[in-house]
Every structure is written in C-alpha cells, then in structure tokens.
Write a protein that binds this ligand. Structure first.
Ligand code: 1GP
Length: 255
C-alpha cells in the first residue's frame, strides 16, 4: 500500500473482511457552521468511518470552513463528493472522481474529467474513481435535473446490474448507487443484493436512508459503505444509532 491509495485500500480491506462502513454526508450549503460543529461532534462520538463533503450546488463559500472544522477535531478521512468541477479543495484527503454511468450525458461521463484531471494530478488528493449510478428515489432530484439525465428506475434491477458490471469492467474502482439526497424511496435491498453479488469492487449506497433499520438492512444486503446525510441534518444525534446499526453487521473480533 502506498500513501496515494490509503483510503481505497482501507475500503477494499474492509469489504474483504465483511466490515461495513458508514459515511456521513455533509452539504456545506445546508448547514450553518454551528450546526456543522454539532454534526461533526456526534459523528466523531459515533465512530463514523468517513465524511463525504459536497452537494449538487455549493452556492456559498463554506467548503473550506467545513473541512477545517472537521480536521480541527478528528482524523476521520474527508472525501469530496463534488456536484461539479469547481468543488475542489486541497484540504480534503480524497475525492470521488465520479463518472455518471447511469446517464448518457458525455460531459458527466468524461468531459468534466478532462478539465479537472491536470488540476487533480498536481493535487495531494487521493483519487477514487467511481461509477456513479442514480436510481429513481420517487422524487426528481437536483442531480438528475442538473445533470439532465434520467435515473435508473427503482424496480429495474437488471439495468442496475449491467450498468455496475460495465463500470467494473471499464476499470472503475467503486460503484456508488444513489437515490439522491432526500429521496422519498431509498434503494431497495433487492437491487443492492443483485448488484453487490455481481461485482467485486466496493459498493457505496445512499439516498433517503432515514432510519437505523434501513441503514442496517442495506449493509446486510451488500452495501460496503452506507451514506447518510439528510436524516442527520434534521437530527444530528441520530448518527449514533445509525453507526451502531451499520457496525453491528461486522464480524466479532476476538481479542
Ligand atoms: C445523497 O447518498 C447521499 O447523495 C445521501 O442521501 O441525504 O438522503 O441521506 P441523503
């Protein structure tokens, strides 16, 4: 393992050992700094594994402040989850380099990547190349509107399966299935099971997860990293139960 792929190797090792991970999504636009501090404190207490930082639209200047506030209190890896090519900061540890493989918008499959590649090459950020799949979550999401793409219907497991397989065959390192922030209907356990059984790379799942029970069910169905954002914006202390539920799926280690 080199320092340049430390986070990916840890995700991979956890997947191989059956250890489930939780990522807390922070959208710097949606939280004032005082709320961010509260969310971070609860997340640290809950032993969450990663912070994903980003949003479809970042309209204010909070990205660096948010990363600074996290780093001040903990070493939990901070992974950028950029809604567009401008959401970059050297303060983070890694970036999800997303190709929107569920859509047919060339700009989001490869176009923006060409523009950002030279900047990322010079940056200290670990690059996590990820096949991003939008799954219909019952409401139109900002991502599908902004990206001008259609999500995969929530009941079309086969389309999700073939898309994820193609992403893996193209050499992407992870698949992220997302119903979109605030989805009314989160991704079904059947779809998660179908996709995770077919691919060997780590599977990230998020969008509309409101309860610890659903978070745990997703982990059991095959999600390697479960992402929760919206539910914690409403109730930051829920992260304790969420993390406990996800980590309760992990094998017991005898010491
Ligand atoms: C959205 O997967 C993330 O991109 C998290 O969704 O905010 O609905 O938890 P929520």
């Amino acid at each position: 393992m080199t320092d340049s792929d430390k986070i990916y190797q840890s995700i991979l090792a956890s997947k191989q050992a059956g250890r489930k991970k939780m990522a807390v999504l922070i959208d710097p636009d949606k939280l004032r700094l005082s709320n961010i501090d509260k969310t971070i404190k609860h997340a640290v207490d809950a032993n969450v594994d990663y912070f994903f930082i980003g949003g479809s639209l970042i309209v204010n200047n909070m990205l660096d402040d948010c990363l600074g506030a996290i780093r001040k209190v903990c070493d939990i890896p901070m992974i950028l989850f950029p809604g567009n090519a401008f959401q970059l900061s050297y303060r983070a540890d890694a970036i999800l380099f997303l190709s929107l493989i569920s859509g047919r918008n060339a700009e989001l499959l490869i176009g923006k990547h060409v523009i950002t590649a030279p900047y990322l090459k010079m940056s200290p950020l670990e690059i996590l190349s990820t096949g991003y799949m939008l799954i219909d979550g019952g409401v139109p999401t900002t991502v599908s509107y902004v990206s001008n793409t259609q999500p995969i219907p929530g009941n079309k497991k086969d389309i999700a399966l073939c898309t994820a397989l193609a992403g893996e065959m193209l050499g992407l390192k992870m698949i992220y299935m997302d119903a979109g922030s605030g989805a009314e209907v989160p991704i079904s356990e059947e779809m998660i099971d179908t996709v995770s059984s077919a691919i060997n790379i780590p599977l990230i799942v998020g969008g509309g997860i409101q309860t610890p029970e659903k978070a745990k069910a997703n982990a059991k169905a095959g999600a390697d990293v479960v992402v929760v954002g919206n539910a914690l914006e409403k109730n930051p202390s829920l992260v304790l139960e969420m993390a406990e539920a996800i980590h309760s799926c992990n094998p017991v280690v005898n010491t």
